[in-house]
Design a protein around this ligand. Structure first.
Ligand code: OOG
Ligand code: NI
Length: 466
């Protein structure tokens, strides 16, 4: 046995510590957690088969701990150090997200666990954006932003020492892991004292509110933490009963019998008091709340179909209210199969295969990858949807936009989902992102395909040896 504690355990500790910190900092987040837990419990009670299948897939246990967060950093050096910090916790950069197409001057990846066991242990993910200063129009502001960012260090000396130690010795002791969690958490903490004066914050804000958020503070405060619900429509409907105003529209695919990918909704960013340099009082709007419902991961062809149907549904004037938006989506997605067998047979979605109980009468020859469908029909194999562990750029753009609106009164309905500028301003630059990161991002589709294949091989092997 290794003398070092497993990265999965460090990640679980970190995710819990982050959740406790955010609950303290943003009380509405705690309220949202209560609502999500109540709805999850009701959903599972009302649907025993769903509960059984979540048990098989090892998801019941992870459900109430499952969170994703988001941060935005300013320099390649910060991103590269974050890659090393997340690696200590078994989190790897998966996927490349180009937000410039939605006129948000960042690109991003998601740091997350990648193996079945690690995902089951704790699937904590952090959507991590890097500012693209080259998209700042004004030369003077771009230079000013670079200067300010160059002067800060978002990591404590303690965390840097422990990252190095972990890399050098191949892990951390239990005690070091605890210190690591405390020190790492510091990077994600909210600072109400800005590093710049009010005028600088205003000029950066005027260029893009996100730029001010990235540049003006000592660290990349976590800007939301998202629990996973099994029924996002019910949570959205009940949010007002809990004193929370959701954004108008649920992002992503429509409600389905077989949930697809990811559906998300958020509540509006808080307007928070800050102190600018020179002790000037002011305010800043960045932190918000979000919930999500996760469905099956799609193959490349499933994803192409999803992107096409979503684009169809979004043509024309954006719907003002969720009901209209959902109706349009439902109509557009009529062409997307909505039963697991078809999704599987047509190669639209990824599944996890399990050996089932009924194996009687199986001949050795029957047990092969070519006979998957008949093995499922005979009850020898079970397939459960492989949960989508990643993010959606169009949804992410909608989430960014709804929190960048200039309306800052709290409680106003954030129905500004149509605010995304229509013309794609720029394009992605994955090579530059990976150069900043100091390594490549993992291709998420290849990862799902590999996990599906491995689960099938293992299930067939188990049937053969039983
Ligand atoms: C990240 C927005 C993206 C999601 O769930 O799609 C995101 C941000 O606002 O920094 O978290
Ligand atoms: Ni999010």
């Amino acid at each position: 046995m290794s003398q070092w504690i497993s990265p999965d355990r460090i990640r679980a500790r970190f995710s819990r510590a982050m959740s406790a910190m955010y609950r303290d900092e943003v009380p509405q987040y705690g309220t949202l957690l209560e609502l999500v837990e109540a709805v999850n419990r009701e959903t599972l009670n009302a649907d025993p088969d769903l509960a059984r299948r979540l048990d098989i897939a090892g998801e019941s246990r992870r459900l109430n701990e499952e969170r994703h967060g988001a941060i935005r950093v300013g320099t390649p050096g910060e991103l590269a150090m974050l890659r090393r910090l997340f690696a200590v916790m078994g989190m790897w950069p998966v996927g490349y997200y180009d937000l410039s197409r939605a006129n948000v001057p960042v690109h991003a990846t998601a740091f997350r666990p990648v193996d079945d066991d690690a995902l089951r242990a704790n699937p904590f993910r952090v959507f991590t954006s890097l500012l693209r200063p080259e998209l700042i129009a004004s030369d003077a502001l771009r230079e000013r932003a670079r200067e300010i960012l160059a002067a800060r260090d978002i990591f404590t000396p303690g965390v840097k020492t422990l990252i190095q130690r972990s890399e050098a010795q191949g892990g951390l002791s239990d005690a070091d892991a605890d210190t690591f969690v405390t020190e790492a958490l510091d990077t994600f903490r909210w600072h109400s004292d800005a590093t710049v004066d009010r005028a600088t914050h205003e000029s950066l804000s005027a260029e893009h509110r996100l730029i001010a958020d990235v540049v003006c503070f000592r660290g990349p405060h976590i800007n939301h933490l998202t629990p996973r619900t099994l029924d996002i429509d019910t949570v959205q409907r009940r949010m007002p009963d809990y004193g929370i105003t959701p954004k108008a529209i649920i992002e992503g695919p429509p409600r389905r019998r077989c949930p697809l990918l990811l559906r998300q909704t958020s509540f509006k960013a808080l307007n928070e008091p800050v102190r600018f340099a020179g002790d000037e009082p002011g305010s800043h709007t960045a932190r918000f709340g979000e919930i999500e419902q996760r469905g099956v991961a799609l193959t490349a062809s499933g994803r192409a179909l999803y992107d096409r149907l979503l684009a169809n549904a979004r043509e024309g004037t954006p719907a003002e209210d969720n009901a209209t938006h959902q109706q349009r989506l439902a109509a557009a997605f009529a062409d997307f199969p909505d039963d697991e067998a078809t999704l599987r047979r047509e190669g639209l979605a990824f599944f996890h295969y399990w050996p089932a109980e009924r194996r009687a009468g199986l001949a050795a020859d029957d047990i092969s990858a070519a006979n998957v469908e008949s093995l499922i029909e005979r009850g020898a194999l079970e397939a459960t949807p492989m949960i989508y562990e990643d993010f959606l750029p169009v949804s992410a753009a909608g989430i960014f936009q709804s929190n960048l609106s200039t309306r800052s009164e709290s409680g106003s309905a954030p129905g500004d989902d149509g605010a995304t500028a229509p013309e794609p301003a720029e394009s992605g630059d994955q090579a530059a992102f990976e150069a900043a990161l100091g390594g490549d991002v993992i291709d998420e589709i290849a990862l799902y395909a590999r996990r599906e294949r491995a689960s099938l091989d293992a299930a067939l092997e188990a049937l053969k040896t039983s």
